[in-house]
Ligand binder design. Structure first.
Ligand code: AMP
Length: 397
């Protein structure tokens, strides 16, 4: 079956067409600046040239119409007829407590997703717009919602509750939800396969280190802890997000700099993280790595502080699971950043981690980066959220 995977943001939309039997990506692309002047679509069929076309996209329906047109194009398309697309899998950011699994989309599911809008006001409404636009153009094609939060719904109460008045949980469902669930699930399963061990018998820590970053603890095939919280701002230091801070810092900055809560939230989301720590050098780890090698003080500070936070979380999650068998690095930096991986592993001697410096040079391949006698295995595993969404879609339809 051919599955169209859609990841819809407020002004952009990523897509992949995946053949579920061979698990090959037949075509992929991106619509940018939807509803803004200068919109463009990038389309790349498997093995073919990438083409970028500037074309008006006043709304998401028009963006999806252009995606379907590209996929069926007589010259560069990869299907003859839209009927060849068996189902559509949609990434949905927040499923709250309502969704612990993916769901076949119907009116009831859409209503439940809409009820989670409050929890992810920037993401969920955009995801819903994408779903509705697709349903308009492909009314007879089954669609599935795959939630970023679903994998983490197995966390026990002591892991997901905050030390706040319990009424806020009761009234507003303020709790830890966690994100990047599709990636944490895919990578932890893949680690078990690569190690030739049963997923249900392993204690795995996954470090998803991209522009957004989170850690999860997966015990016997179930997520028991994760570092992002009610929103994706908590936990690790990220590209531009602060991660954990003393909540009283908000009030302190507000008074010192005469700023509103909205302005402070913008600072915490957009101007902090390694961008802030490097004194504005960059949020991109490629720049930071280059800066580190040149001895730039900001780059050194950002890389070291980022890595230390990851190591601290690994320690906490090894404690939460009473041990760890495998630690995985994934996403942009985790898959491609030997320097960050080596900084983190320097803290892990007590877990019996022995890094293999040569294996650690890998970029973008599935590799065990520890020596064969390392007590805990460390792996670099490229994530593939689109494939995971396609698999879930096939499972449900
Ligand atoms: P993601 O959000 O998963 O796309 O990850 C984006 C982050 O990965 C950015 O900070 C990139 O700088 C980083 N990244 C991507 N490729 C590399 C690379 N070859 N070396 C170091 N960092 C990389």
């Amino acid at each position: 079956m051919k599955i169209l995977v859609i990841n819809c943001g407020s002004s952009s939309l990523k897509f992949q067409l995946i053949d579920s039997e061979s698990e090959r990506c037949l075509a992929k692309g991106l619509c940018e600046r939807i509803g803004i002047e200068g919109s463009m679509i990038t389309y790349a069929p498997e093995g073919g040239e990438k083409e970028k076309t500037e074309t008006p996209m006043p709304d998401h329906t028009e963006a999806i119409r252009l995606v379907l047109e590209a996929l069926t194009n007589a010259k560069t398309g990869v299907v003859k007829d839209l009927k060849e697309i068996g189902a559509v899998g949609h990434r949905v950011v927040h499923g709250g407590e309502k969704f612990s699994k993916s769901a076949l989309i119907d009116e009831e599911v859409l209503k439940a997703v809409e009820e989670c809008n409050d929890l992810a006001p920037l993401h969920n409404p955009a995801n819903l717009i994408g779903i509705n636009a697709c349903r308009k153009l492909m009314p007879d094609t089954p669609m599935v919602a795959v939630f970023d939060t679903a994998f983490h719904q197995t966390m026990p109460e002591e892991a997901y509750l905050y030390g706040l008045p319990y009424e806020y949980y009761r009234k507003y469902k303020i709790r830890r939800y966690g994100f990047h669930g599709t990636s944490h699930s895919y990578v932890s399963k893949r680690a078990a396969q690569l190690l030739g061990k049963s997923y249900e018998e392993l204690k795995i820590i996954v470090c998803h280190l991209g522009n957004g970053a989170s850690v999860s603890a997966v015990k016997n095939g179930k997520c028991v802890e994760t570092s992002m919280g009610l929103t994706p701002l908590e936990g690790l230091i990220m590209g531009t997000r602060s991660g954990d801070i003393d909540p009283a810092i908000l009030e302190f900055i507000a008074h010192k700099e005469n700023k509103s809560i909205d302005e402070i939230m913008t600072i915490l989301n957009k101007q902090s993280g390694v961008l802030g720590l490097s004194d504005g050098l960059s949020s991109d780890f490629r720049d930071l790595e280059a800066g580190y090698h040149k001895g730039d003080a900001g780059a050194v500070r950002a890389m070291k502080t980022f890595s230390y936070r990851v190591a601290k979380y690994i320690g906490a999650y090894a404690a939460a699971m009473n041990g760890v068998d495998a630690i995985c690095f994934t996403a942009g930096v985790g898959e491609n950043g030997p320097l960050v991986r080596s900084f983190v592993c320097e803290y892990l001697g007590y877990l019996g981690v022995t890094l293999d410096p040569k294996a650690n040079q890998t970029r973008g391949t599935e590799t065990v980066i520890t020596t064969p006698d390392s007590r805990t295995a460390v792996l670099s595993i490229p994530t593939n959220e689109e494939l995971a969404i396609a698999r879930e879609t096939v499972r449900l339809v």
